[in-house]
Design a protein around this ligand. Sequence first.
Ligand SMILES: C[S@@+](CC[C@H](N)C(=O)[O-])C[C@H]1O[C@@H](n2cnc3c(N)ncnc32)[C@H](O)[C@@H]1O
Length: 363
Amino acid sequence: VRVRNRALSDPHFQRWAARFPLTRGIAHRRATALFDMSAGFVYAQVLHASVRVGLFQALEGGALDATELSARIGLPVSGTERLARAAAALDLLEMDGERFVLGVHGAALLANPAATSMIRHHELLYRDLADPLALLRGDDVTTSLRRFWSYAAPPGTPTDDVAGYSALMADSLALIADDILDAYPFGEHRHLLDVGGGEGVFVEAVARRFPRLRLTLFDLPPVAERARARLDRTNLGSGVDVVGGDAIRGGLPSGADVATLVRVLHDHDDAQALRILGAIRAALAPDGVLVVAEPMADTEGARAMGDAYFGFYLLAMGQGRPRSPDEVASLLRSAGFGRIHRHPTRQPMLTQVVTAHAASIVK
Ligand SMILES: C[S@@+](CC[C@H](N)C(=O)[O-])C[C@H]1O[C@@H](n2cnc3c(N)ncnc32)[C@H](O)[C@@H]1O
């Protein structure tokens, strides 16, 4: 690696590699990748602006020229043209002569309101990342994401209402609920406890698939209240027990033989995560199973999503870190869990699944 890197950082070698027929293609691809990395923030802004003005919805009915599009999205014609051409360069749109139509990514986004909510939400992340070094140094900055995820805010800081994050999570859970339910045989259990269950979208999906499973949802009291109200509006009604509390302080309702932690563990530093895991272990029936489901670091084909995207997202949020399946396993082991297994999922970029037994009984 040292020899390779010495060559790659030598300007003479770079000039030679860019001309030599056998290395020309590689040199070009690497230069493009590096350019794309440095321009990534700009590309993200093009996407963000497109979502905010409803560019993709505007083109749902077919091709439009810049003037027609301008009337739909409420930007001046010159701004519309600038945005639409940038979006076309990123395959969000395509050009059909002088007119614009949906491109592959724009069309896909139309069918994916959850991704659209995340793109809108990224406004807070971009604001917080304006000075990444301040975050990396650990300077005492109150970020927008800390206020948004109120459980990550230092005590006494003003925070947003839990409604914001609860709705964002409820929107995006649809993308992964089926993957989790397909990855693990929940039907073999009798009572499921969803810890950090948000507004109850996951337990609702469980109930639909496994109507005989008893269900308990646990979350912070204001979120539990929202879950209760939301579930009461569904035909599940009182079929789900909803309990408010703080998993870090323990006191989870006991007796379930399977617990789930869906997109919860990565939000917490190791010390807090161990307390949550300890509380779950204490609450589970003997030999009960914990199912951890979340996007993880070191995901093949999506490595940047883990340590780069989630690493910096959680840095801005002020706590937590993305963990690889092996790191999740070692945390589970430290909390006294055993018989740890990984279960393949359809979209590992969105969630992986690791299970563990409450008592480390080796068969
Ligand atoms: C990222 S959200 C995930 C929600 C849901 N599981 C999902 O995937 O949509 C994390 C959830 O954990 C809850 N949470 C965070 N800290 C908690 C704690 N100490 N005790 C109980 N719930 C907690 C939050 O209120 C929030 O609903």
